[in-house]
Design a protein around this ligand. Structure first.
Ligand SMILES: O=P([O-])(O)O[C@H]1O[C@H](COP(=O)(O)O)[C@@H](O)[C@H](O)[C@H]1O
Ligand SMILES: [Mg+2]
Length: 542
């Protein structure tokens, strides 16, 4: 085997964002770009040498080529065993699970989640550590620092087997490649968390009860194994279940904007009782019932309130967590249960240390991410199964579950407005908002407001991150959060999160947008959006 040491020069744009490094495919195809990042990870995580490594991705364009490069570089950097999902495919939760299951020292996940795929789309790469969790903020800072210093990378010149050839392959004297079925271990994990016979009875009780949209992304085969093969559902419950390299030209993000066609199927009189959808890499979920989509914030709170009917969680909830912009519906439930509710910055990586330390067993984000401590990533299929289990256990509809919840805990009306801006506009808006936090309290649009900039200290590692979003609180249970997205590849996306809490004895049957309209106007004024950007219409209302 020949190991080549190749000279290179640093790239200045390899700082991982909210969930790994995401760039256009064209950028990743530039000579040395992918190699530099991979070598920066190997240089920053020395215990990968002599260890086991997991590799898999969401199957988008460039996935296979990137996996081949990774394998060659892993061999050259002394990895002793590589576990690869067949054809270099693994959903994000399946990859995180394999890292834990196989005792691997880490894993590379090749995904840009729901960002568009294809030659003109995006690609992404993310390193997850031992146990399966995403690299911490400290580690991604180290990887970024290394990427700015890098002068050479290592690559083994060896022939590779076909990436779909399941079994053991020797790559070099010190390294073997194990190609595994990408679906089975995750399906077994799902079976260990839920009462499959009860869900199967619910599912089979009437045809057309349940519909799942895989959005032409990675979850199709995972959903087929669980919902059809193991739970006995009909094949017709699966929509868009054949994965495509470019997601059939779509934007595989399960939300009411990008999955509007799917949501529309629930507007008819003969709608299914439950719908679930998942994103490009299988970690997000959307829950739909007849006539409505369930807000991910409510979904998280409802799973928390009903956790006792989910075997994997029953009787073992010691704490929960939500990302800061996620509505405080979860806090209300946690308080009633007498357990702590942690508030973390946006991004699943901040949950990992709390999960590892056993401080939380359930967590979620407003961005359609929900999961438990069965794995260290969010898990789209898990969330859908959690809803099937709740409906089966309570023998009720999605509406009944929601309304009973609001009747008991009150409601947190919530919506997110996204604005596509240039980078300069995004910076100007955040600088303007910073002025409010300097003052702490302000009067605006007839409201008395308190303002702060969110900082977080990880209770386990003690590591602090600052400037994680600007929060305005009204004195009447309203909250507005502003932050810039960390997953985009062009310009800036301003995210404005609006929330209004309403008590259980108040009117929780109102129209969401009507309730949030005053906060929406206040948010535009607080951000000075018209003056700084000229445009005040959101590009997405989610
Ligand atoms: O764009 P941002 O920074 O707001 O980040 C967005 O995407 C992240 C990654 O999710 P995925 O891996 O499914 O893309 C989420 O953790 C976050 O809540 C969401 O707001
Ligand atoms: Mg995703």
């Amino acid at each position: 085997m020949t190991i080549k040491v190749i000279e290179t020069t640093p790239f200045s744009d390899q700082k991982p964002g909210t969930a790994g490094l995401r760039e256009s495919v064209a950028r990743f195809r530039e000579p040395h770009y992918l190699n530099n990042f991979i070598q920066s990870v190997f240089d920053s995580v020395p215990d990968l040498a002599g260890a086991r490594l997991v590799i898999g991705g969401d199957g988008r364009h460039f996935n296979r080529e990137a996996a081949q490069t990774l394998i060659r570089m892993a061999v050259a950097n002394g990895v002793s065993e590589i576990i690869l999902g067949a054809d270099a495919i693994l959903s994000t939760p399946a990859a995180a699970h394999l890292v834990a299951l196989e005792g691997a020292a880490g894993g590379f996940l090749l995904t840009a989640s729901h960002n568009p795929g294809g030659p003109d789309g995006d690609f992404g790469i993310k390193f997850n550590v031992r146990g399966g969790g995403q690299a911490s903020a400290e580690l991604t800072d180290r990887i970024h620092a290394r990427s700015l210093q890098i002068r050479e990378y290592r690559e083994a010149h060896i022939p590779l087997p076909r990436l779909d050839d399941i079994g053991l392959h020797s790559l070099s004297e010190g390294c073997r490649l194990r190609i595994v079925d990408p679906v089975n271990a995750h399906a077994d994990l799902m079976e260990s968390q839920f009462d499959f016979p009860a869900i199967a009875r619910w599912l089979q009780a009437r045809p057309g009860r349940f519909l799942f949209d895989a959005m032409h992304a990675v979850t199709g085969p995972y959903a087929r194994e669980v919902f059809v093969r193991r739970l006995g559902g009909d094949d017709s419950l699966l929509l868009n279940a054949s994965p495509r390299e470019d997601f059939a030209g779509g934007h595989p993000d399960p939300n009411p904007v990008d999955a509007a066609d799917f949501v529309a199927r629930f507007a008819t009189a003969d709608a299914p009782d439950l719908g679930g959808a998942s994103d490009g890499d299988g970690d997000r979920n959307m829950i739909v019932g007849p006539g409505r989509m369930v807000s991910p914030c409510d979904s998280l709170a409802i799973i928390c309130a009903n956790h006792d009917c989910i075997p994997g969680l029953a009787g073992r909830l010691k704490g929960v967590a939500r990302s800061m912009p996620t509505s405080r519906a979860l806090d209300t439930v946690a308080q009633a249960l007498g357990i702590p509710c942690h508030e973390t910055p946006t991004g699943w990586r901040f949950f990992a240390s709390l999960l590892d330390a056993g401080q939380i067993q359930l967590c979620g984000e407003e961005s359609f991410g929900t999961s438990s401590d069965h794995v260290r990533e969010k898990d789209g299929l898990w969330a859908v199964l959690a809803w099937m289990q709740m409906l089966a256990s309570h023998n009720c509809s999605v509406d009944e579950l929601l309304e009973r919840h609001w009747q008991r805990f009150g409601r947190h009306y919530f919506v997110r407005h996204d604005h596509a801006l240039s980078s300069e506009q995004g910076d100007a808006v955040m600088a303007h908002l910073d002025q409010h936090t300097d003052r702490g309290r302000l009067t605006l649009g007839g409201y008395e407001l308190s303002a702060d900039s969110f900082s977080y200290t990880d209770p386990i590692s003690g590591h602090t991150v600052t400037r994680q979003g600007i929060r305005l609180h009204t004195d009447t249970g309203g909250r507005i959060v502003f932050r810039l997205s960390g997953t985009g590849t062009q310009g800036a996306t301003l995210r404005i999160y609006l929330e209004q809490a309403v008590a259980a004895d108040a009117d929780w049957r109102q129209d969401r947008d009507g309730v949030l309209e005053p906060l929406s106007r206040l948010a535009l004024e607080a951000a000075n959006l018209r003056k700084l950007c000229g445009e005040t219409t959101p590009t997405a209302v989610i």
